[in-house]
Design a protein around this ligand. Sequence first.
Ligand code: PLP
Length: 422
Amino acid sequence: MTSTETPERSDTATLQKRFAAAFMPNYGVPPLAISRGQGCRVQDADGREYLDLIAGIAVSSLGHAHPAIVEAVSRQVAEVAHTSNLFLHEREIELAERLLILLGEDGRVFLANSGTEANEAAVKLVRRIQGPGRPVIVAAERSFHGRTMGALALTGKESIRAPFGPFGLTVRFVPYGDAGALRAAVGPDVAAVFLEPGLGESGVVPAPEGYLLAARQACDAAGALLVLDEIQSGIGRTGAWFAHQAAGVRPDVLTLAKGLGGGLPIGMCVGLGAAGAGFAKGDHGSTFGGNPIACAAALAVINTIERDDILKNVKAVGETLASGIAAIDHPLLADVRGSGLWLAAVLTLIGDNTGGGSGSRPILKELPNGWAYRVSTTLVSGLDKLPITNGIAPDIRVLINKSDSINGVDPVIEKAKVTVLK
Ligand code: PLP
């Protein structure tokens, strides 16, 4: 950087080389460098513009450079950027109060900096409440709860979890969506059931009708706590403030992150009812948790969603987008699933199910559930102005991401200039 006023602007290829030399290889080298964003569009380091159907993995809820966030963050950083947990400040209190009102429940909040930390707090809270007599946590196969050791232990995606075991938690995995299997797994040794209201990282797989209710009942019958991870589904993504509200199920513990901060890092663990009183003084903490700038951004997100009736927009644009994708006449496209702006274009594979003999012929066959393109754009308007009539407008570049590795399968939306991120 030459000076604080004029940051360097290198092209993508240069940045990729520097990234590869400076960073651990855990992300690989990303195919694009984003230099700026506005609304639901982003620009790369070479000046190309894209429609952003990823939104920072369901984070940029108000889109990029939304004036409400710019204003709130700028004001807060000029007032006080950081206080630590040794002091309280008004924005964190206001945020916790607003969240509890949105939830319509009595409860208590813990603020963290990310999704995985929100889940770590939830694991500790559960442990503290239930004690050592209930050593087991039930979680779902194909779930994703984060990358730190506790959240990772609960993560049902084998390829992500397995290389890092053994963990300090005993986790009983059940197939997601199977209420009978869940009931059978929740006994007197179980402290809690951790579930996403729909599998996000496994390709936006909504919970089957009645599944969350069955989980609630199984927990009540066994004395276990129900923890819902709404880190991806919460804060309007599905068209409701929280997906569990639409399902009519009250969790004991709720975790949030991603869209809550609209691009600023924040995580939240909410204990509802008695679970809110689970931690005693000194039980948990975070230096940055409740950071004033992140809280100011989260308040801007909540205020703007409310003021601009964005939940209505999410439903309307989500329906347009879903029917636009469904209308794409392509043999690889099997289905569109999800709700609001939490969608997935589900793929089939043109394959061969005849065993490879001389009579083989190409047919469409189902891919595993996770094989989908996730569509989770910004919640604010912008998409409504696009000519989505038969699929996504072909003349614009689109950023979209795969929920799982689908190497060798061409993008469904192949007429658009699609950049698929793994
Ligand atoms: N839980 C869910 C449902 C998620 O989708 C994610 C991230 O994708 C996490 C937890 C982890 O959040 P973070 O990456 O902020 O740690």
